[in-house]
Design a protein around this ligand. Structure first.
Ligand code: DGT
Ligand code: CA
Ligand code: CA
Ligand code: ZN
Length: 578
């Protein structure tokens, strides 16, 4: 079993244990172990062979034994035993909206239903209404829940792209902030941490009048159903299916509530341990002294961290992926790259290949954004499906750039997104590539070749002196396509040897290279280019997603080539520079 499959097995164990009402620490140990494996960032077999598993954060010795067993044999006695006691279908039933473990178990015990399909049949046959605690309305509700769950599963387990969530969340936030009773409001949860996909929107409001806030909230256009409403919290579902959790707290509790609902849970587990060591306890209600002497006033998240003798940790880093160790080592995170640091818009397409706008449109839009330089990097001939630009057209584009340049402030740079061909060669002859200002080299074809061949292909490409920027490195498309297989560490070593920069692609469908690998690239001293991969003037706005992804990987301003002034940027990336 590989790391991902083992992580899934550990999560399944955690679910069974929850189901059995086992203690939460035990459950969390399995969940943390699963998360540790999912973000391992190196080959699990190697870690096991070198007996380093227990050195991985989140993996203790008993968990390590189970992981080794799963790795070696593909099974573990514990999971077999848990599964025997509870068919996996019943777990699925428990995960349906409005059901949960207790009702699932009751349905299983009374009707023998062991899968969602069997439950659906039982509802249709009218068998559920006869049970104690259920009625005809329950049957309808369960059927509706099954329909919704399967629709969600069809779209990637109900998660949506960060950009889609922000498109909904930002106007919603403006709607809330327009109400005078709202003193402060923010989007929290995975969205505030800039995770690439989110399951729902978590909204925190500070107000002395929660009733008015909730009335205003449920009146938001597009609300499909109010699923739950209490005095201070409310869950609603938009017609699109997206769930929104709202929490209204007194203004004095705003900072601690925002912190709590920003997460992540894994980050909080560590923070709470630190609080206890200092005689404090942190919960969603705020910070209290363990001696019972009462609640502390905490006016900001920075103040909360200060109580724990920690620097302010930005939301993007709150994943327990090394941020607390870094803080202990003296990191204050103040120099993480910010959108305002970026001077050049990199990786932009025009109508020459598959973009929607002209060179001039893109340049004017870059001017409006205050950019110092703009790289035009249309596709190379091998990317025929994306309108790859032949040599003659490329020369025409250079003329067009010369014509447009005097009309705009931004410096327009000649570039290409050159395909990395199957054997590791680059598209366009070297003498053409050498005449460009910027070459981004990307893989667009034959992504399913085996990992060993892919590794060799990339390493061969990086040996070309003109290879300067590795574009959307692992080729993933979020919710659509996994990253392709290769020995990422070996390729990063090759990039370091050839002094190539790594693109952090801001297209919200890509966000590639992803944070776990960015951290390993940083450890090798690699430099980055934070790009937009814009195919239209609107696409230039993707910069913020690229910057957030870089921050999640801990990238500093000094490590990002396009924060440098034009001349320094060109010195770093120009193919002819050798
Ligand atoms: P998502 O919704 O799957 O994209 O990810 P999150 O992180 O937004 O998760 P969500 O919506 O379940 O909860 C939002 C935040 O609330 C989460 O990041 C931390 C906090 N939270 C929720 N449940 C718990 C919990 O059981 N323990 C702790 N410590 N925090 C929790
Ligand atoms: Ca959430
Ligand atoms: Ca939530
Ligand atoms: Zn591309």
């Amino acid at each position: 079993m590989d790391a991902a499959a083992i992580a899934a097995a550990l999560r399944e164990i955690a679910q069974h244990l929850t189901f059995r009402g086992e203690n939460q620490f035990k459950v969390r140990a399995y969940e943390n172990g699963a998360q540790a494996l999912e973000s391992l960032g190196e080959d699990l077999g190697k870690v096991i062979a070198e007996k380093r598993l227990t050195q991985v954060r989140g993996i203790g010795s008993s968990l390590a034994e189970k992981i080794e067993e799963l790795h070696r044999t593909g099974a573990t006695a514990l999971l077999d035993e848990l599964r025997a006691g509870m068919p996996p279908g019943v777990l699925e039933i428990a995960r349906l909206p409005d059901l949960g473990p207790k009702k699932a178990k009751a349905l299983h015990d009374a009707l023998g239903v062991g899968s969602v399909a069997e439950l659906e049949a039982a509802c249709v046959a009218g068998k559920v209404r006869a049970l104690k605690g259920f009625g005809p309305r329950s049957e309808d509700k369960i059927l509706a829940g099954i329909k919704r769950a399967s629709a969600q599963a069809a779209q990637g387990g109900g998660r949506i792209l960060l950009s889609s969530a922000l498109e909904v969340g930002e106007p919603l936030l403006a709607h809330l902030r327009a109400l005078p009773a709202v003193r402060a409001a923010d989007l929290a949860g995975s969205l505030r941490r800039w995770r690439e996909t989110v399951a729902d929107l978590d909204v925190i409001v500070g107000s002395d009048d929660p009733g008015a806030v909730m009335d205003h909230f449920v009146a938001y256009p597009g609300v499909g159903a109010v699923e739950a409403r209490g005095d201070t919290k409310c869950t609603l579902r938009l017609q699109t299916g997206l769930q929104i959790d709202l929490r209204v707290v007194p203004p004095g509790d705003y900072a601690t509530a925002l912190h709590h609902f920003t997460g992540s849970k894994a980050h909080h587990v560590v923070i709470r341990g630190r609080a206890r060591e200092r005689g404090l306890t942190i919960s969603e209600w705020g910070v209290e002294r363990l001696d019972g002497s009462g609640k502390l006033e905490v006016g900001s998240e920075a103040a909360l961290y200060q109580l724990l003798e920690l620097p302010y940790i930005p939301p993007e880093l709150r994943e327990n992926q090394g941020e607390l160790e870094a803080a202990d080592a003296g990191d204050r995170f103040e120099d993480l790259v910010q959108a305002g640091d970026v001077r050049g818009l990199i990786h932009c397409h025009t109508t020459y290949s598959d973009g929607k706008n002209s060179v001039e449109d893109m340049a004017r839009a870059a001017d409006a954004l205050g950019a110092e330089y703009l790289t035009i990097t249309d596709h190379s001939p091998a990317a025929a499906y994306a309108g790859g630009v032949g040599l003659e057209r490329l020369l025409e584009q250079w003329d067009e750039i010369d014509r447009v340049q005097p009309r705009v402030k931004v410096r327009i740079l000649r570039g290409t997104e050159s395909d990395i061909l199957e054997d590791g060669a680059l598209d366009y002859p070297p003498e053409v590539l050498e005449r460009l200002d910027v070459v981004i080299a990307s893989i667009h074809s034959r992504m399913k070749m085996d990992a060993e061949k892919m590794t060799a292909r990339l390493i061969a490409a990086m040996r070309h002196p003109v290879f300067k920027i590795w574009g959307h490195p692992l080729g993933r498309r979020l919710l659509e396509r996994e990253p392709f297989g290769c020995d990422v560490e070996a390729v990063l070593d090759a990039a370091a040897a050839s002094r190539a920069a790594i693109e952090i692609n801001g297209d919200p469908h890509r966000l590639d290279l992803e944070p776990k690998w960015i951290r390993l690239a940083r450890a090798r001293g690699l430099r980055f280019v934070v790009s937009t991969d814009a195919h239209s003037v609107q696409g230039l706005g993707y910069l913020r997603y690229g910057v957030a992804t870089a921050r999640r990987g801990g990238v500093r301003k000094s490590e990002v080539l396009n924060t440098r002034p034009l001349d320094a940027f060109l010195r770093a990336v120009r193919p002819a520079a050798g």
